[in-house]
Design a protein around this ligand. Structure first.
Ligand code: FAD
Ligand code: MG
Ligand code: MG
Ligand code: MG
Ligand code: MG
Length: 551
């Protein structure tokens, strides 16, 4: 009878006979997830939550579909259409996952604890702080906007990162139009109020500028006919071009289209100061110039959150800019902590660091030299472990390893097909130049969340079979493949129902048909049928009635 009562209660209050009362099932390990954005939410949706005791901590109790944030700034899509309460996501998992609305402010990897603070409630000490233990920690806290410490940015500019930011921008645009319409302003003042400045020519800045332009020309110009001719949109970018992460054809198309639309694209200008009334920017040719503005949106890239910077110092990553993980998404030098999405980067293992080991494993007959066949036998495993090798061969238009061997030997020795270690080193000496950093996108974060959940679902396997430096087929060693990103393409909406897309294999598509592809992709990517319905009906409403400008 005592055994059948078992379970947690008896275990907790048992004294000396604890051993007898121990529950039969081993305690489930505690998994703590920080963040409910793209990485965290995708991880949770794919995790087999019966295997773990899962707790989720995030200051936001919802997931936000960030690709549609620019559409919220113009009222094309309503804020509530792009958010999904995290408790709904968890409910679908059978209600076994706990959620705390709080932010983590310190990670203590030595004691495997995290320090959290709630902003909506206080404990007996009068603050909202509490501790949470973990066995495994998944850090998916995203990034913060980077201001590069430019003075006045935080005080005077909008960011576009959260749903509230998008709502504030929308209200601010409307305020600018109303202010510009007041009877007591002179022409200069009206112009100033209607000068909208976007700092940063990346995908977010460009899409925002485009959607603002649409909003102004298609909707607001009808409502504010007396001031509409005074509107100006400027896009400021420090590099020589906008959308530099895209193919040149897309960059050129975007710059031309913005030129025709009357959006003032200022490339080669660096913003150095923002005050209440003016933005100061610098260009080697012109020196400092200050322009008055009505509203500014700052979108120049991302930086590491302060508590992650502290964590990095603790674990010996203090000299890095971004938290580093290995290809299995495990934080380097820190057991049982994983990091995914914008808060981390994968530190891809270099071939040159492992070259002796690769040589040893490949040299099956222990002859001290490698034949092309010996290399070919381990090539698939090398490709998995070191994707840069494949990229390198492709970039050199080499058909395979035989070409590489030949090039290492030099043309004169075409007949010789065996490489010693020095020659092997020489052959591979440049491959590491092809190591790629993954972009900070929802696509990367969600693929990482999915990958990591699959690893967790098979964790027992992994613990029994830790990986070696490379996975050699036929040796009977089983372990996970490292994370591999699959690029499915990227969109750049440019306004006027025109979108550019760069699809895998450098396939470029630009125009109205791509806009429809964009609509269909973003409709299918929605996290639930509820948000899908809401987004599609927002788009339909917009087609029929135009954007809502009540605010
Ligand atoms: P996030 O999604 O930012 O999630 C971070 C989570 O951590 C949030 O829930 C946050 O509340 C929580 N958090 C923060 N601090 C703490 C803390 N201290 N403790 C606990 N939790 C914390 N990507 C694309 O692929 N395609 C696009 O079209 C696209 N468009 C974008 C448009 C905009 C306007 C923006 C801002 C981004 C866009 N992105 C796009 C990028 C994409 O949103 C990010 O790459 C993605 O959100 C990264 O996911 P993440 O999980 O790392 O971080
Ligand atoms: Mg997240
Ligand atoms: Mg998100
Ligand atoms: Mg990342
Ligand atoms: Mg050999």
């Amino acid at each position: 009878a005592a055994a059948s009562s078992g379970g947690l209660v008896a275990y907790a209050d048992s004294g000396s006979d604890a051993a007898v009362e121990k529950p039969q099932l081993p305690q489930r390990k505690k998994v703590v997830v920080l963040g409910t954005g793209w990485g965290g939410t995708t991880f949770l949706r794919n995790l087999d939550s019966r295997l773990y005791d899962v707790q989720v901590i995030s200051p936001r109790n919802y997931f936000a579909f960030t690709p549609l944030l620019p559409s919220v700034t113009s009222g094309t899509v309503e804020p509530r259409s792009i958010v999904e309460p995290i408790r709904r996501v968890l409910e679908k998992k059978g209600g076994e996952i706990k959620f705390w609305e709080a932010e983590c402010f310190k990670i203590d990897p030595r004691n495997k604890k995290i320090h959290c603070r709630s902003n909506i409630g206080t404990n007996l000490d009068g603050n909202g702080e509490f501790l949470v233990d973990y066995d495994y920690l998944v850090v998916a806290v995203g990034a913060r906007t980077n201001t590069f410490n430019t003075p006045g940015v935080v005080e005077n500019c909008h960011f576009l990162k959260e749903v509230e930011d998008a709502q504030k921008i929308r209200r601010s645009v409307m305020d600018c139009f109303e202010r510009a319409s007041l009877p007591f302003l002179d022409e200069e003042e009206r112009k100033k109020n209607l000068h909208f400045v976007v700092v940063g020519g990346g995908p977010t800045g460009v899409e925002f500028a485009a959607s603002l332009h649409d909003f102004v020309t298609e909707d607001l110009s009808k409502l504010y006919p007396s001031v509409q001719h005074l509107v100006k949109i400027s896009l400021i970018e420090a590099a020589d071009h906008i959308l530099t992460m895209f193919d040149k054809r897309i960059t050129n198309f975007a710059e031309d289209k913005f030129g025709r639309d009357g959006i003032d694209v200022k490339t080669g200008y660096k913003v150095v100061k923002v005050s209440k009334d003016a933005i100061t920017m610098q260009n080697p040719a012109t020196g400092d110039i200050s322009v008055p503005y009505g509203m500014a949106v700052w979108s120049t890239g991302i930086g590491t959150r302060p508590f992650i910077v502290e964590f990095m110092k603790q674990i010996g990553q203090g000299n890095r800019r971004v938290l580093a993980t290995d290809e299995w998404l495990r934080v380097r030098e820190c057991d049982d902590v994983y990091a995914i999405g914008d808060c981390a980067t994968i530190n891809q293992r270099r071939v040159m660091e492992d070259i002796a080991e690769i040589f040893r494993v490949a040299d099956k007959d222990k002859s001290g030299t490698l034949t092309v066949k010996e290399i070919q036998d381990v090539l698939d495993d090398i490709y998995v472990r070191y994707p840069q090798v494949q990229l390198y061969l492709k970039s050199k238009q080499m058909n395979g390893i035989a070409d590489l061997v030949r090039s290492a030997k030099g043309d004169a020795e075409k007949e010789s097909v065996e490489l010693n270690i020095e020659e092997f080193k020489k052959a591979l000496s440049l491959v590491d130049s092809q190591v790629k950093f993954l972009p900070a996108t929802a696509q990367v974060a969600s693929q990482q969340g999915q990958y990591l959940a699959r690893c967790f679902n098979k964790m027992k396997d992994a613990e029994e079979h830790p990986e070696g430096p490379i996975r050699i087929r036929g040796e009977g060693r089983h372990r996970f493949r490292p994370f591999r990103y699959r690029h499915l393409g990227q969109f750049a909406p440019l306004g006027g129902e025109q979108t550019a897309a760069q699809l895998p294999g450098d396939w470029i598509s630009i125009g109205h048909s791509t806009q429809w592809l964009w609509y269909s992709v973003y409709a299918t990517k929605q996290i639930s049928w509820r948000t899908r319905m809401l987004v599609v009906s927002d788009w339909t409403r917009r087609f029929i009635f135009g954007r809502d400008s009540s605010c």
